[in-house]
Design a protein around this ligand. Structure first.
Ligand code: CTP
Length: 403
């Protein structure tokens, strides 16, 4: 995941930059919009503000803004400067080192790569001055998303129309993401608790916050995977991933995962799925009549176990990763669980510790594989997620070699 400064200049294609911002976010990137004065005449800054949830930079000399500090601060933190649409004017300024507004100043101050999506009238695009400026920028390492051919707002049919947002997002993404085995892989992560309802207002739940699974989903997206997050009820914000499927009970989670698992390369069951669910769900709120209340529970389907069985029967299927919340004999129990469920990895958690496991930002886990167990030190869930996905990448690579 990277931070993209999205420069928007005053072209008729400026409205498409809104879709570009959204597309970048969907791929897990953060976006800060920088609009030139003329861009604000085509699209309102509030539109970008609502989407990026960041203040939009519209002018170098805005009241109350120390331009010198702000552009230098931004220049050193961005991973990519993307200008879409880029007019002949901004291309000319960047090529010639003119820095008379925030965007052009940001360009001279940053060492981040530059990606330009030009958009202008066909004649302007073909003009020698513009061609020379584009060549100058290319020689400096700038990359381009070529304008498409088609109907232009000025009435000409020809080259100059801003490239489609999807194409611009893909080009930006390719610059931001390192090549790795998870890139382009389809990853399903199930996260959070499940709530098993026994009347219209009450349920049996558990203490899972969803943080560990969400961290894995975010890290997989950062590594270029197409991530589907199937999540039980949580209070934390879902990361920007391809698809988020909200479920409540174990039965719903089972359905959501099984329906999608066939098309996946990796499935991570980080959810704390209820093992039992009430046999009956009362139609009305259960009244407090008796001194004791007995709930009869039945076993839920074991999602990971079923995925393991399915893969065993088919002879191929996704890499399977499960979690094991244990309170004693952690490694022995987790190893047995791995074999029983035919998973590749079991991430064993000692939930008796207060600094690891449920509802905290840190975790200490042991990764149990067929080849043995590796204990990781106490660290943030984001780093644990990275370590788990390193192991998943190794498995994907060794599969690819065998295939
Ligand atoms: N799991 C699942 N479906 C269930 C229960 C658990 O897919 N109905 C998954 C969890 O998401 C986790 C792994 O199985 O990845 C292990 O969960 P855990 O509850 O620790 O294991 P159980 O098989 O339920 O074994 P036990 O409770 O007896 O330790």
């Amino acid at each position: 995941m990277g931070l993209v400064a999205l420069g928007v200049t005053g072209g008729i294609g400026a409205y498409k930059a809104v879709e570009v911002a959204r597309g970048l976010q969907k791929r897990g990137h953060e976006v800060v919009a920088v609009m030139t004065h003329s861009a604000t005449r085509f699209v309102g800054a509030v539109t970008f503000e609502a989407i990026t949830r960041r203040r939009v930079i519209t002018d170098q000399f805005e009241d109350g803004m120390n331009a010198d500090i702000e552009h230098i601060a931004l220049a050193s933190t961005i991973d990519l400067l993307l200008i879409a649409p880029a007019t002949a004017n901004i291309i000319g300024k960047l090529a010639n080192g003119i820095a008379d507004d925030f965007l052009s100043t940001l360009y001279t101050a940053t060492r981040a790569p530059l990606l330009i999506a030009p958009a202008m009238n066909t004649q302007m695009f073909a003009h020698e001055a513009v061609r020379r400026n584009l060549d100058t920028l290319a020689a400096r390492g700038a990359r381009f998303v070529e304008p498409g051919e088609g109907y232009l707002a000025c009435g000409w049919i020809g080259k100059g129309r801003l490239a489609e947002p999807d194409e611009i997002v893909a080009a930006a993404d390719a610059i931001l993401r390192p090549e790795g085995p998870l890139r382009g892989q389809r990853v399903l992560v199930a996260a959070g608790p499940t709530y098993e309802d026994f009347d219209p207002v009450r349920y049996i739940g558990n203490r899972s916050s969803g943080r560990m699974g969400y961290a894995i989903a975010a890290e997989a997206a950062r590594r270029g995977a197409a991530v589907t997050l199937v999540t039980g009820p949580t209070t934390i914000e879902a990361p920007a991933v391809r698809e988020v499927v909200k479920v409540r009970g174990a039965g719903e989670m089972h359905q959501a995962v099984m329906a999608r698992a066939g098309g996946m390369d990796v499935v991570v069951m980080a959810a704390a799925v209820a093992d039992y669910t009430p046999v009956n769900r009362a139609a009305q709120k259960v009244a407090k009549d008796a001194d004791t209340l007995t709930l009869v529970l039945k076993k839920t389907p074991d999602i990971l176990g079923e995925l393991g069985q399915r893969r065993l029967a088919a002879g191929s299927g996704p890499v399977l990763v499960g979690f094991a919340a244990e309170t004693e004999d952690v490694i022995a129990h987790a190893s047995a669980k791995r074999e029983r469920k035919h998973a590749d990895l079991i991430i064993a958690n000692d939930v008796s510790r207060t600094d690891a496991g449920f509802d905290v930002d840190t975790n200490a886990v042991t990764i149990v594989a067929a080849s043995g167990a590796e204990s990781l030190p106490l660290q943030s869930k984001a780093r644990v997620a990275a370590a788990i996905l390193d192991r998943v990448e190794r498995l994907l690579t060794s599969r690819a070699i065998k295939a």
